[in-house]
Design a protein around this ligand. Sequence first.
Ligand SMILES: [Zn+2]
Ligand SMILES: [Zn+2]
Length: 336
Amino acid sequence: MTTRSMTLSRPAPLTASPLALETRSVPSPGEGELLLRVAACGVCRTDLQICEGDIEARTLPIVPGHQIVGHLEAIGPGADGWKVGQRAGIGWLASTCGACAFCLGGRENLCPQARFTGWDRDGGYATHAVVRGDFAFHLPDGFDDLAVAPLLCGGIIGYRSLKRSGIRPGGVLGLYGFGASALLTIQVALHWGCRVFVSTRSASERARALALGAAWAGGYDEAPPAPLDASITFAPSGDVVVSALRATARGGTVAINAIHLDRIPSFSYDLLWLERNLVSVANYTRDDAREFLALAAEIPVRTATDVFPLEEANEALARLKRGEINGAAVLRSGEL
Ligand SMILES: [Zn+2]
Ligand SMILES: [Zn+2]
């Protein structure tokens, strides 16, 4: 039996279609691993940055994709708690060492030995994927395969960003950038009774934010109508971080939800003074993921998806880059 994948051999601009279709024999799951028949895989900005080389590839060739929804075809020795045929999801965190101070202290997202799906080991732009059973998740029944895939990166990391921002129920929250992750994050914030102001360059994203319940939407340099208790930046731009800091109340926090930022420009210390906090958000812990998936089912969180066949992964990434995706891009590997 063979598996098809869209494989990155050498990072290149998307105009050169860096992903190529590859066929090989289906791998067997090793110790503690699961073999998934991939049904859907979300397309993330991080995939785009790996394919174009903005984030350096850790190993090549690599199959990108870290929002994988699949059904178990085979279970390796010692992968407890799973049965063939069950649905499973896996996100960015592929494995951690389990023994360092970060892992033992509830901060496995910072494990120096952490390995990542679609960066260190092959991901979900494929018909099959082998993942660690202890890093895979049971997925809530209320979501179909295509709908749940985008929750596995943007949703979980957006949820961790909310926690890192320190926003409390009923607080005033700013969101800077309004792509797939912000679309999910706002639904959690509104569920918590927050007032949400959205800043983004795109007029269509501003309209979408208002339709989803934002109290205000404007451009990056417009001042929101009230000081922010906390804000989260999603755009890979340091200028946007400074805009967010400028709008944040004394004692408030700006959480940067970006694995890659062009730079941090210099800015007046007055913007940080009075106990404002500037924090980054790195990866997630499995507890974050489980908490978010349960909350997403309870709310319930909704995402619009733009679905592409696996073979059109280059096109999906190109549309993401051009800002032409309306909710979240998802690759479909299986039959509908
Ligand atoms: Zn991602
Ligand atoms: Zn560790």
